[in-house]
Design a protein around this ligand. Structure first.
Ligand code: SAM
Length: 271
């Protein structure tokens, strides 16, 4: 359980206008904004949710970032899966503790972090990625999260196996519990997923356009009807609301369409 905030942790300071500042704590260092300076030593040892004051007497709340907040501010190489969709993928894909999950590609590692948490200490996440530069970015984001965010639950996270491989060329593993494809042409990996996913296992594909969903569904229908049972195709809408004095209304801006979540279940081809 996270206790007092420690040296080396990543924290967010929230000012009175709700702006958030991301700080990696280091003893004897300081954080300076136009609201003045705060020594890191004033934050180290404090309780999460407490208030620290700058030299100008400005108040800041101290919090550890949540996973969604971490993802929003981490370094991005590729387009990431938004937290609203990650949440849905974890449930629709039924990612369970001790599961062996294969994902392709790793991109910036946003989904990977959530998968590692969900499979827990006895689970495994195998990530295929064909671009070296993304492997590097993803690795650094994943390591940073588990090394600097105390509530990451580093002891409870699964084992990560990263492979610089093209999933369209093949999948080495067998008897996988779950496969998640976040790439442009998931239908090109279906013949490999068919062999590597165990019966009853779940395939989730995350794709942004209607044409991709159409092509994927058609391929499943025409070539893999005996091996995959379509569970559903979903889109997640999430609209924030604001409460200001006597006005309660939806926020002006929202992240509208991001991607479709396609879910299918592997069945035994022999009937
Ligand atoms: C949209 S990004 C994935 C984002 C990631 N899910 C995240 O949340 O950060 C797609 C990734 O798939 C990789 N990719 C595309 N085709 C691939 C293939 N055939 N095999 C392995 N990786 C592939 C790309 O290089 C890219 O890094």
């Amino acid at each position: 359980m996270p206790g007092q905030i420690k040296d080396g942790e990543l924290v967010h300071l929230i000012d009175r206008k709700d702006r958030s500042y991301r700080i990696l704590l280091k003893a004897a260092s300081s954080f300076t904004s136009r609201h003045g300076t705060i020594p890191h030593d004033a934050i180290i040892g404090s309780e999460e949710g407490s208030i620290v004051k700058s030299c100008y007497n400005e108040k800041f709340l101290v919090y550890r970032p949540t996973l969604a907040e971490y993802i929003a501010k981490m370094r991005k190489g590729s387009q990431i899966i938004y937290p609203k969709d990650i949440a849905a993928i974890l449930l629709l894909g039924d990612i369970f503790p001790a599961a062996t999950v294969l994902e392709a590609g790793i991109g910036s590692g946003a989904l990977t972090i959530a998968l590692l948490r969900a499979v827990g200490a006895t689970g495994r996440v195998i990530s295929y990625e064909r671009r070296k530069e993304f492997l590097k970015i993803a690795r650094s984001n994943i390591d940073e999260f588990f090394e600097t965010v105390e509530s990451a639950g580093r002891e409870g996270a699964g084992e990560l196996i990263v492979k610089e491989m093209d999933v369209y060329e093949g999948i080495e593993e067998k008897e996988l519990d779950r496969v998640i494809l976040d790439l442009q042409e998931p239908w090109r990996a279906l013949k490999h997923v068919e062999k590597s996913l165990r019966n009853g296992g779940i395939l989730v594909c995350y794709i942004p356009t209607v044409m991709q969903i159409f092509k994927l569904s058609k391929q499943i229908e025409s070539k893999y009807a005996d091996s995959f049972r379509l569970i559903g195709i979903y889109e997640v809408g999430m609209r924030g609301w604001e409460v200001k004095a006597r006005s309660i209304r939806p926020e002006h801006r929202m992240i509208a369409h991001t991607g479709f979540i396609f879910v299918a279940r592997k069945s035994s081809a022999v009937g």
